[in-house]
Design a protein around this ligand. Structure first.
Ligand code: ATP
Length: 269
């Protein structure tokens, strides 16, 4: 989902328990949380704590959620910006916004900075860029300057998300920048079952609901699509005046979400 332009150091109460599946990714993020919590433990032996990691995966798979959960687990403020928000900015504004973001983050460290859709500013030169090349390069250069400008023990961890790691400027991937990649894939049937369980929590469901069957009926769905299905099903059942959501309501909701996805041409089922 879209990070609002500059979420400014908000405290988040999302934790890893809100993120279903993604076990390996969670494991890797947990290691980073430990860096944030106990930096000295790592620097004591001369090691350099990574500054950040790139979360790579298709839309709606939980990259933003995982970044927020990381801040929530570490109990530190969460700053975020989205690369696509820079698309229509005037020359010079992108770079100064990046500077501003890091200034605030330094004041509130330890903290997490999340940059969604980093490919919008981090594209390699000369590829059909959506913003003017000069402006994008200024913004990207400022980001590189900021990343190089703080030490690994500063307590700032930067996560960035993309579904196009192949188009990123290699300058971003150098050691000391986003030198770790964490891949976030669309969930398999077990992952989908786990995601259903998270999103069914607030919903009054029929006792006969077969959650595994729902997972089986939703191949190709990302977490965001499953969240959508659960909400739609509740609305469909409510419209029918039911007091619990049944399998048939979920089936209607799945059809509706598949219809929406086909329109958006997001996935091929
Ligand atoms: P985008 O690339 O479009 O920004 P994203 O990968 O950042 O997508 P999120 O914004 O994290 O995706 O996911 C959107 C919503 O989908 C989440 O707020 C959550 O409700 C649900 N969701 C996605 N993945 C998961 C998951 N693994 N577990 C639980 N909920 C999930």
């Amino acid at each position: 989902s879209k990070a609002t332009l500059f979420e400014k150091g908000t405290r988040v109460n999302i934790t890893f328990s809100d993120v279903a599946g993604l076990d390996e990714a969670k494991q890797e993020v947990m290691e980073i949380v430990d860096f944030l919590k106990n930096p000295k433990k790592y620097t004591a032996l001369g090691g350099k704590i990574p500054k950040g990691a790139l979360l790579v995966g298709p839309p709606g798979t939980g990259k933003t959620l995982l970044a927020k959960a990381m801040a929530g687990e570490a109990q530190v403020p969460f700053f975020s910006m989205s690369g696509s928000d820079f698309v229509e900015l005037f020359v010079g504004v992108g770079a100064s916004r990046v500077r501003d973001l890091f200034k605030q983050a330094r004041e509130k460290a330890p903290c997490v900075i999340f940059i969604d859709e980093i490919d919008a500013i981090g594209r390699a030169r000369g590829r059909n860029a959506i913003m003017s090349n000069d402006e994008r390069e200024n913004t990207l250069n400022q980001l590189l300057v900021e990343m190089d400008g703080f030490g690994t023990d500063s307590g700032i961890i930067i996560l960035a998300a993309t579904n196009r790691p192949d188009v990123l400027d290699t300058a971003l991937l150098r050691p000391g920048r986003f030198d770790r990649q964490i891949s976030i894939d669309r969930p398999d049937v077990k992952g989908r079952e786990a995601i259903f369980k998270v999103h069914l929590k607030p919903i009054k469901i029929s006792q006969k609901l077969d959650i595994f069957k729902l997972a089986e009926q939703t191949p190709g769905f990302a977490g965001a699509d499953i969240a959508n299905v659960c909400n739609e099903a509740a609305l469909i059942a409510a419209r029918k005046g039911k007091d619990a959501v049944e399998m048939s309501d979920f089936q209607d909701a799945i059809d509706r979400v598949i219809g929406g996805l086909e329109k958006k041409n997001k996935i091929i089922l």
